[in-house]
Design a protein around this ligand. Sequence first.
Ligand code: BES
Ligand code: MN
Ligand code: ZN
Length: 524
Amino acid sequence: MNVSFTQSAEDIKSETASYDTVVVPVFKGGELGQEGTALNKELRELLEDQIALRNGFGKTAGDIRPIDGSENTTPKRFVLVATGQAYDPSTACDAGQGKAVAAALYKHLTAVNAGKTYIAQDFDHAFTNDFSVTLADELNAADYAFDKYKSKAAASKPLDLHFAVADTEAATQDYTKRAAVTEAQKWAKDLTNEPPNKLYPAVYAEQIIQKLAPLGVKVSVIEDEELVKMGAGAISAVGQGSPKSHKPRMVIMEYDGTAGNDADAAPLGLIGKGVTFDTGGISLKPSGSIADMHMDMGGSAMIVGTMMALAGRQAQSKVVAIVGLSDNDIGPDAYKPGDIITSLSGQTIHVGNTDAEGRLVMADCMTYLQQNYKPHTIVDAATLTGAVHSIFGHTYAGVFTNDDTVWSTLETAGKTSGEQGWRLPLHEVFNNAVKHNRADLSNIGGIRFGGGSTAAEFLHHFIEKDENGKETPWAHIDIAGAAMPPGGMANGFGVRMLDQWIADNYEESATATHAQAPSAPKLS
Ligand code: BES
Ligand code: MN
Ligand code: ZN
């Protein structure tokens, strides 16, 4: 797909003549932008006769109305697309709606084989720059297929899109940054779409190195035997039932885009659940819900995708990420319900259910992160519980956090990026529910102890305190539903949200203010 930005045309008629297709965005109330208005004037006969612009069209984002030109008109084809938002130069474009518009437009333009396409926008508003860049970025995101395992891939002509904007340089710069994030999201989709016979810990770790090392991310891998030796008994237990070829890996990624301005500054810490296949273990899952479990590494895909986004757009931030990669297999060596294992933190865990494996994998990653990097804030992402899946379907991610500011900034980033979280409770009751009478902890909370919150409180036991007894600010994002849309095509959920959150709060150029531990001042 080609995307370029071109100066909005003052002489709209001659400008659009060299295009095969002209897309005219229609705002709420049937309003056209400046170019659309100019076009309407120029092509009065063609457009006005056929469009009942104020006749209800334009209410729903993504509504499409194609208008074929006559034999002797250039361009051959017009496409009206409803933006779903008001024409208001004083606001920013709504990303959630941008996505709906782009998805519909992508489908239409591809189906009609649109050729050289002009997106008629305004000449003098930053609003429309933002709108065009958002639309371009979302069209780029919609341009995704996972057909590597089809013997015959469907052939469609790539789109050739030219967006009219007021400031081509600013739009191009902005788009380039957003495209880096979108590429990262596509990588997260690719990883999550891979089947479990192709993507397992050793392969996954190698792909992370291949992708991130050239972008300047330092990647190191701790292999299975080393994990056992260093005492990471929780992730090792989960991987115990796997053959040697599928044993666990812990992958550590360090990115510093602050030009080493303050070498001692604490990093932001990210953790991802990378269960490359979750059978449930001996607490076997019912067959109906197993096949989707190649997506149980969606949390790790969100985290490695975020690292790719940060490095790709050269974010001025300092971040350490760890993903715990493991299969949860069944077999003679598999860990059993009833086992008591020792985590890297030293806390012992009674395994109440081998299907509650994600929290075990995460626990050791969290300990390793804190012991080696002392992050000022921690965010983890995981397809952790069926309970959160049940609550939200594939709409929101569940967010559990010990810090109100972390929540409010994540909520904002969710709204900006169109990938949203919804806060769910941590509570002492759930914290106590994962204590055990013969071990320090249990990996399940017992009947009627809300799955998502119990899982979060289990992880909470692995968040360390500073010398003053203050817990590290931490958010756990359960993406069980959000990252597993119906139909089984991965959506790369969370890369945009997390990248946005970091851009808003942890970059030298960040505008938002954010509370951090006093030992870790804002990186500026
Ligand atoms: N990977 C699953 C959670 C999951 C379920 C994600 C359905 C997406 C869709 C996780 O490992 C799991 O099995 N969790 C159990 C925990 C329970 C045994 C305490 C669950 O939520 O049922
Ligand atoms: Mn499980
Ligand atoms: Zn799982």
